[in-house]
Design a protein around this ligand. Structure first.
Ligand SMILES: [Fe+2]
Length: 184
């Protein structure tokens, strides 16, 4: 992730960027993330940011940040596990900063629900829950949650709390551990 972030300087922004291929199938993450959501969100919206950036259409920084965030978002999932929990270094990290995994999820929900309109919530390297309005590149994202309506509306209607509580079932904590390891 840090290597990826070296691309952030305006002068070193790449000519072309792409959305990273999915490493899970739609049936693996369904029903937490339904097929229609995946199609809309990944195939149309996320790839749309990359296309507009590459075609030099619209706001360059906004589209770049959209690709950056969606590449973090779509690479952190695995098949549905009803008892999914952090493992490895992240287990200790979560316990250290939040006391327990349940407390972490509660605090994450509280912070995410404060977002007005579209944005993102994330667990940062310093153990805090932070938010982003619309799109913005940040260099301290460990675990990221898309808080734009397109991420949940088809599967959960307006029930954002339900969306978040279900989302924990598909977080690939191995990926989060790897991100954390790269920061050390
Ligand atoms: Fe999104």
């Amino acid at each position: 992730m840090r290597d990826y972030l070296t691309l952030l300087e305006e002068k070193s922004k790449p000519q072309d960027i792409e959305i990273i291929p999915l490493n899970f199938t739609d049936s693996e993450v369904s029903p937490v993330m339904g097929k229609d959501t995946l199609n809309l969100h990944y195939e149309k919206l996320a790839k749309g940011y990359a296309k507009r950036y590459n075609d030099k259409e619209g706001d360059r920084d906004f589209n770049y940040a959209g690709v950056f965030l969606h590449n973090l978002w779509f690479t952190q999932f695995r098949e549905v596990r009803n008892n999914n929990k952090p493992n490895g270094p992240m287990m200790g990290f979560i316990n250290k900063h939040f006391g327990s995994y349940d407390s972490f999820k509660d605090e994450f929900a509280i912070e995410a629900m404060k977002i007005q309109g579209s944005g993102w919530a994330y667990l940062a390297y310093d153990g805090k829950i932070k938010t982003i309005k619309n799109h913005e590149v940040r260099d301290d994202i460990l675990l990221l949650v898309d808080w734009w309506e397109h991420a949940f509306i088809l599967d959960y209607g307006s029930d954002k709390k339900k969306y978040l509580s279900e989302l924990w079932k598909i977080i690939n904590w191995n990926v989060i551990n790897t991100r954390w390891g790269k920061s050390l």
